[in-house]
Design a protein around this ligand. Structure first.
Ligand SMILES: [Fe+2]
Length: 258
């Protein structure tokens, strides 16, 4: 049994809520798909928790932006990444500061597991964004209608299952191509032999599917379970509004889930 979380975006209230739920379910292994930082007010605390609680994490575009440079970011996202950098640099304790920077600088682009799920053994890949461009490519639900060729080509890079985040829109892509929202699957996707899937696990700290609850998945046997959890987004929003360099839109979107 393991949990997969993604796109925390420096949202401590959402992250602690999700970690508590994972612990309550008795799940000991957590993998993270990146974008630990960016947008939100608590990069230090979120990095410390991810370092402590997850088995590994892959590199997201916002982690890249903070450690290297923002690429193709809008003004608000760029400002947030500069502020995040400032906040990490301003840490007074050198050991903590260096630990967080080392973590960001050593994040791999991809992880893979060859794992027995129920009766079958599956190859599972984990990337932040897409199997073709692991850090930056968006795979949107609409792509199955507007750009089916793109989705088919992406599936050529998938051996069996690929977990992604990045769009903050949870759901399952099949190679037909097709897309299913978690609701349409009763929040469970069964991994079966011979059916490829790209599973978007949604975002812990900035959901964008008009549902403001934190999103993550856990895998039990061969089933991927989608979970949504209410958390105290008002507190996160208040912290964002108190930091001048963070756009207040980053606070409003938490309430609306956009
Ligand atoms: Fe993200």
């Amino acid at each position: 049994m393991f949990a997969v979380i993604s796109d925390v975006h420096s949202n401590l209230e959402a992250l602690t809520t999700v970690l508590a739920d994972i612990e309550e379910r008795g799940i000991g292994t957590i993998y993270c798909l990146g974008d630990v930082v960016g947008y939100g007010p608590n990069p230090r605390e979120c990095l410390d928790l991810i370092i402590e609680k997850t088995k590994w994490c892959v590199l997201g575009n916002h982690d890249y932006a903070v450690f290297y440079e923002p690429t193709n970011f809008n003004y608000g996202a760029e400002q947030a990444s500069f502020w995040t950098r400032f906040s990490l640099e301003a840490e007074a304790e050198a050991a903590k500061r260096n630990r967080r920077w080392s973590f960001l600088g050593e994040l791999p682009m991809r992880q893979s597991l060859n794992i027995k799920l129920g009766p079958d053994t599956s190859m599972i890949d984990f990337v932040h964004a897409s199997p073709r461009k692991p850090i930056n490519e968006y795979i949107f639900p609409d792509d199955v209608y507007t750009n089916p060729l793109k989705v088919r080509i992406l599936f050529e890079r998938v051996e069996h299952i690929c977990f992604v985040g990045h769009t903050h829109l949870p759901g399952v892509f099949l190679d037909e191509p097709d897309f299913y929202m978690p609701d349409e699957l009763d929040n469970v996707y069964p991994i079966v032999d011979g059916e490829k899937a790209i599973v978007n696990i949604g975002s812990v700290g900035q959901p964008r599917d008009k549902d403001n609850r934190a999103s993550y998945v856990y895998v039990e046997g061969n089933e991927v379970h989608f979970v949504r959890l209410e958390y105290d987004f008002e507190t996160t929003a208040k912290k964002i509004r108190a930091i001048e360099q963070l756009d207040s839109f980053q606070a409003e979107r938490l309430r609306d889930g956009r």
